[in-house]
Design a protein around this ligand. Structure first.
Ligand code: ATP
Ligand code: MG
Length: 198
């Protein structure tokens, strides 16, 4: 079997929203990916200081949001490893699980800019090709990124963030059409984001 092209979309997904889904779908199309694997993080070190929702809630919302797309799937590697997530561990685990396939790590341009400060930055580029997705109002300074290892993709402007969705829920504003219908219902069923958690 020829190697498959696998997208890896890491995120806190607290909650997953249509910005994530549009970005993954666009990259899947442009890069001819066979599958995009969403990987909800364990406790992310960038976000210490704020309570991140329970991993199982974030995992289930991601499953609900992606279930109808045949080329989307969700991996538990980061959640099951536990503790803080480092992208290098995510990619090492997926490389072990899919030794013959090509990995494409999809990340927002904001996160990509910090990539060289991530743990084991040099190894990261040997494990996967990196695809930086530009968000609205964001311009990436690509100077410092290693040549040939990173691609930038502009995605239809979707000014949606998880932070914005959480704020809206806390204020009693609707998140319909910002997140998939099933995620709206899950948030309400579980009473997520009602309190200011940090
Ligand atoms: P938070 O507001 O809590 O930081 P977020 O909306 O940035 O959440 P994350 O789970 O942190 O969501 O994002 C996962 C990945 O998706 C990151 O690489 C991020 O840059 C990217 N991303 C988030 N929102 C968008 C968007 N609207 N368009 C494109 N990419 C996005
Ligand atoms: Mg973010």
């Amino acid at each position: 079997m020829s190697p498959r092209r696998l997208g890896v979309m890491g995120g806190t997904f607290d909650p997953v929203h249509h910005g994530h889904l549009v970005a993954a779908s666009e990259v899947q199309h442009r890069f001819g990916l066979d599958e995009v694997i969403f990987v909800p993080t364990g406790q992310p070190w960038q976000k210490v200081g704020r309570d991140v929702s329970q991993a199982e809630d974030r995992y289930l919302m991601t499953v609900i949001a992606t279930a109808s797309n045949p080329v989307f799937s969700v991996s538990r590697v980061d959640i099951d490893r536990g503790g803080q997530t480092y992208t290098v561990d995510t990619l090492r685990d997926l490389r072990t699980q899919y030794p013959d396939d090509e990995l494409f790590f999809i990340t927002g341009a904001d996160a990509l800019e910090q990539i060289l400060t991530w743990r084991d930055a040099d190894e990261l580029f040997t494990l996967a090709h990196f695809i930086g997705v530009t968000r609205p109002g964001y311009r990436l300074d690509g100077h410092h990124l290693p040549e040939g290892k990173v691609s930038l993709v502009e995605v239809t402007a979707m000014a949606i963030s998880s932070t914005g969705c959480r704020d809206r829920v806390r204020e009693g504003a609707p998140v319909w059409y910002l997140v998939p219908d099933g995620v709206v219902r899950y948030i309400s069923k579980r009473g997520l984001y009602l309190r200011d958690s940090g």
